[in-house]
Design a protein. Structure first.
Length: 388
């Protein structure tokens, strides 16, 4: 159900708002809830978001330019460093910073015999303490504590909020469930209070500044994240080789895209037996892109092995990380066509049943990360080469 917009009152306010936090805490889900549309891709795999994504929300007399950002983490690749820098850059540019965390239970410290040193309680995440120690000292910072729906005993919430309050004097603290869209209006109200007075910079119907081809690549990647596990989601990138608008009404948008992976084994997994995995990914991605563009799409997917693309700055540039997404590719080796025709529609039905499976509902963390979340084992430091 659409959220009722508050009455516009007082002078207009407008500004940039960075959603910052560790991977997987729900920043993209929060952006989507604020926009009331699933613009940003969401998955249970940490480090889903790879670059800053703008979503514009008009809320009463305020215009909020919300920037979803990659989760800040301990980087092990150039890609990780570029992602962290995108998040830090957004925080530097923002008028207001929204620091997002979640209430996932943390492991407790134990004695040698295994007995817990302290009762199992919710504590601020150690990674958050690192990130908050130098976050935007000179501008409003709001704390959003997400995923409160997972708390069976809501009495744990207040001590947790109090504990975060001791870490930093937040300008506002709002517990939410972004997934259930609970508390979102309050978050927007609080942000609006801290925005500078000024005219709106976007049209009332503007949602983002990225072109449809950017989302075409992201929605293919989203399906890869949902369909694969272990190292494949982290090793996959998508480039758009061709994006052609329809020449006449009723015709389809034509998209050619290449999925880059780093090794032959990952390519085999992605293709699947007789191309089944690729077909499933292609169909689901095409449907998502069709919703975005509001018309028919023909999507052709290739898979290419592009060794060590995550370590190569020129490759990252080509793939659009660290700047506006674009980029043609070379050496495509495999093609699957997922296009809307009678045969494909038939296949859609079958793929849908599988696709409806909500992988996100598992709420599990991916153990096979090749880049680390800032977790309890961290010594409270990012990599030496990573300026904070
Ligand atoms: N239970 C519950 N799960 C949530 C909530 N919000 C997000 N999630 C889930 O948490 C996971 C991560 O959500 P994202 O929105 O992708 O998190 P993110 O912070 O953008 O992640 P990165 O891209 O890694 O930075 C997904 O499986 C979401 O469905 C919530 O309010 N409650």
């Amino acid at each position: 159900m659409p959220r009722p917009a508050p009455e516009a009152s007082g002078p207009s306010r407008s500004g940039t708002v960075a959603l910052i936090g560790r991977p997987n805490v729900g920043k993209s889900t929060l952006l989507n809830a604020a926009l009331q549309q699933p613009l940003s891709i969401v998955s249970k795999t940490p480090q889903t978001t790879r670059d800053a994504l703008l979503g514009v929300v008009h809320h009463g007399s305020a215009e909020l330019a919300l920037l979803d950002t990659p989760g800040l983490h301990r980087p092990r690749t150039q890609l990780g460093r570029v992602m962290n820098e995108a998040a830090r850059d957004a925080a530097r540019r923002a008028d207001v910073v929204v620091f997002v965390t979640d209430v996932s239970p943390r492991p407790v410290k134990r004695k040698e015999d295994g007995t817990p040193i302290e009762p199992r309680s919710l504590l601020p995440h150690p990674g958050d303490l690192v990130l908050l120690s130098d976050l935007a000292p000179d501008r409003p910072v709001l704390l959003v504590v997400n995923k409160v729906d997972v708390l069976r005993d809501k009495r744990h919430l207040l001590p947790l909020l109090e504990a975060y309050g001791k870490v930093r004097n937040f300008d506002a603290v709002v517990p939410v469930s972004a997934q259930r869209e609970d508390g979102i209006t309050l978050v927007l109200d609080e942000i609006a209070r801290f925005l500078p007075e000024g005219p709106f910079r976007y049209g009332v119907d503007d949602v983002t500044d990225k072109p449809a081809r950017y989302f075409a690549a992201e929605y293919v990647r989203e399906q890869i994240l949902r369909a694969t596990q272990d190292e494949v989601p982290h090793a996959a990138a998508v480039s758009i080789d061709r994006y052609t608008e329809p020449r006449a009404p009723g015709q389809a948008v034509q998209i050619d895209a290449t999925i880059h992976v780093e090794r032959q084994g990952q390519k085999r997994i992605l293709i699947g037996t007789a191309g089944a995995m690729m077909k499933r990914i292609g169909i689901a991605a095409r449907e998502r892109i069709e919703e975005l563009v509001g018309g028919k799409v023909v999507l052709r997917l290739w898979v290419a092995v592009t060794p060590d693309w995550r370590e190569s700055l020129p490759r990252l540039e080509e793939l659009g990380y660290g700047r506006a997404r674009g980029g043609a590719t070379d050496a495509a080796e495999y093609m699957i066509v997922a296009e809307r025709d009678a045969e494909a529609d038939e296949a859609d039905g079958e793929a849908d049943d599988e696709g409806d499976e909500d992988l996100d509902a598992e709420g599990e963390e991916d153990e096979d990360l090749d880049e680390e979340d800032l977790d309890d084992d961290d010594e409270g430091k990012l990599d030496e080469d990573e300026e904070k």
